[in-house]
Design a binder for this molecule. Structure first.
Ligand SMILES: NC(=[NH2+])NCCC[C@H](N)C(=O)O
Ligand SMILES: [Mn+2]
Ligand SMILES: [Mn+2]
Length: 303
């Protein structure tokens, strides 16, 4: 694992309608992220937050429009800024650890990271596929679209953001924790043969076998792996402070085992940790879980 971690706060809320997810990066910091990483021996720097230049208020946020891409301009501008910061982070040899913020931030993080890899792999640890486009999205919320956009589907300017072309090949993607896929997403997964582990698969095979299969699939075909963790992959009993919770999710201990295995693989080269919304949380419990997940990814062992 890269010993130099650069934390980037991606304080965006425009990808979805619940106010407060832009406070996620500080909630994760206050839950003790940097101390946890220092104790594991890493050098940690923190860029502070990238924050939209657009003011957020209850009435201008997520107003329905005819394109079914809510807050399009806000998401576009934010993504460009984040992509540049992430690109510089990788160029300077650091591991980018991007704290969200809603999941639309992955448009920017993947745009910045993918510049540095021929065949970037992506592990999408989430209840959702985030593979919608404006036609298939039931909500118009762009946080339901970042993986689709990064795979080249949807609005041309978002697809070509920061550097032209597709950022991630669908065959280099693994979905883990799926339990709330929209019809269009299911179709896309089948048509593109995306390796997908639903909660049913995880219950049947166990998380250990799932992670092994995921790593075997990405071995050989990828030259780096980006891990995108949406805290709603975990069960809402574990992580209540998130905007689109779905029952029947992963436990903390399963997630810790998954992260430990990723640490041991030494293949993970960047990470997003997203959708922590402290305004929906109980005493910052969700941010504390996010820190535990990061600790396990960066090598904390139970024994
Ligand atoms: N990153 C997330 N939490 N995404 C939730 C997406 C929910 C739903 N599939 C939608 O597109 O609106
Ligand atoms: Mn999700
Ligand atoms: Mn997500």
């Amino acid at each position: 694992m890269n010993q130099n971690i650069h934390i980037i706060g991606a304080a965006t809320t425009f990808g979805q309608p619940r106010l407060g997810v832009d406070l996620g990066p500080d909630a994760i910091r206050y839950a003790g992220l940097d101390k946890a990483l220092y104790s594991l021996g890493y050098t940690v720097t923190d860029a502070g937050d990238i924050r939209s230049k657009y003011r957020v208020n209850a009435s201008n946020h997520s107003v329905k429009n005819e394109t079914n891409l809510l807050n399009y301009k806000e998401v576009m501008d934010f993504s460009l800024e984040l992509a540049a910061e992430v690109d510089n982070t990788v160029s300077s040899g650091h591991f980018p650890l991007i704290l969200g913020g809603d999941h639309s931030l992955s448009i920017g993080s993947l745009a910045g990271i993918s510049k540095h890899y021929e065949d970037l792999g992506v592990i999408w640890y989430d209840a959702h596929g985030d593979l919608n486009d404006s036609r298939t999205s039931p909500s118009g919320n762009i946080h339901g679209m970042p993986l689709g956009i990064s795979c080249g589907v949807g609005d041309e300017d978002l697809v070509n953001l920061y550097n032209r072309g597709i950022k991630v090949k669908p065959q280099n993607v693994v979905l883990i924790g799926m339990r709330d896929l929209d019809e269009g997403e299911k179709l896309y997964i089948k048509e593109n043969d995306i390796l997908t582990f639903t909660m049913g698969d995880i219950r049947a095979k166990g998380i250990e076998n799932v992670m092994k299969e995921a790593l075997v699939h990405l071995e050989g075909r990828t030259d780096g792996i980006h891990l995108s963790v949406d805290v709603d992959a975990l069960d809402p009993l574990e992580t209540p402070g998130t905007g689109t919770p779905v029952d029947g999710g992963l436990s903390l201990s399963e997630s810790q085992l998954a992260m430990e295995m990723l640490n041991e693989s030494e293949r993970i080269t960047s990470m997003d940790l997203v959708e922590v919304n402290p305004l929906l949380d109980e005493k910052n419990k969700t941010a504390e879980k996010a820190v535990k997940i990061a600790e396990s990814l960066f090598g904390k062992k139970q024994l």
